[in-house]
Design a protein around this ligand. Structure first.
Ligand code: FAD
Length: 237
């Protein structure tokens, strides 16, 4: 059931669904659900942004596409409307390891990584985690408060927001997220990398982290390809 729809940025909405039947969904941080567009038999994939411990609700981060079927539905969605959800699906999840964690999110791709970071923090996992969160402009960054609250819970968590085009107020990192990672991180030997965002950014980030020393088998990713289009190699095995 739709609980709330809010504008997180000019092009990204936060959607909270309250689970009704069944009243809970057990999932692993990083997974997604297929959401049926009401009145149709089409579904769209969206990753859970909340931690699995909050299992009576689903929080989604939804990028709006002009004319997109689900995007259009959300413009008029109202609290209390019933929406069918299928899942959980997908194999993106934090792997057990002793390596440090690098997370690279772009746009609505922050959703699964936020869930994974919240889960790691709740489990008191002590692995160092560095999160790079990229957007085109500062107004397209969102949930920095949540990221910073998770960072403040554990000194091993670092958060680096990155924008491609700064405004006058912006004091953070500017550039392509992969260029900023290359500049700040140097070598990445001994890291696991988790990547989520639009396909082109996922491809660039995968190539970069492997070049900087992450073993290819230790790169895990979801590319946010439009659900209705043949996705190709959108997810890591
Ligand atoms: C495993 C998985 C997880 C996903 N998780 C998320 C998530 O957490 N948040 C999120 O916002 N999206 C996510 N996506 C992508 C999401 O499912 C699609 O963007 C969604 O289908 C768009 O729905 P729509 O009905 O609004 O647009 P559609 O009706 O599907 O498309 C309308 C138009 O917009 C274009 N379009 C749609 N999506 C994209 C896109 N991603 N990039 C470029 N052009 C696009 C289409 O080509 C089409 O021209 C995920 C995809 C996969 C495969």
């Amino acid at each position: 059931m739709i609980d709330s729809v809010t504008d997180l940025t000019p092009t990204i909405r936060g959607v909270t669904l309250r689970l009704v039947n069944p009243p809970q969904l057990r999932f692993t941080a990083g997974q997604f659900v297929n959401v049926e567009i009401p009145g149709t038999d089409s579904v769209r994939a969206f990753s859970m942004a909340n931690a699995p411990s909050e299992n009576s609700k689903i929080e989604l981060v939804v990028k709006s596409f002009p004319g997109g079927q689900f995007s259009e539905y959300l413009r008029h969605a109202e609290k209390g409307q019933l929406v069918r959800v299928f899942g959980p699906l997908g194999s993106l999840r934090v792997r057990l390891s002793y390596r440090k964690v690098l997370m690279i999110a772009s746009g609505s791709g922050l959703a699964p990584l936020l869930s994974m970071l919240a889960d790691l923090t709740q489990r008191k996992d002590r692995r160092p985690v560095t999160v790079f969160f990229g957007a085109r402009i500062p107004e397209e960054l969102y949930y920095l408060d949540r990221l910073n609250a998770l960072r403040d819970l554990g000194p091993q968590v670092a958060v680096v927001p990155v924008v491609e085009e700064a405004n006058q107020a912006w004091t953070g990192e500017t550039g392509h997220v992969t260029d900023v990672i290359a500049r700040r991180m140097g070598g990445l030997r001994g890291y696991d990398a988790y990547v989520c965002g639009p396909p082109s950014i996922v491809a660039d980030a995968r190539e970069l982290v492997v070049r900087l020393g992450v073993r290819e088998a230790n790169v895990y990713f979801d590319a946010l390809v439009p659900t209705g289009v043949n996705p190709g190699p959108a997810v890591s095995p």
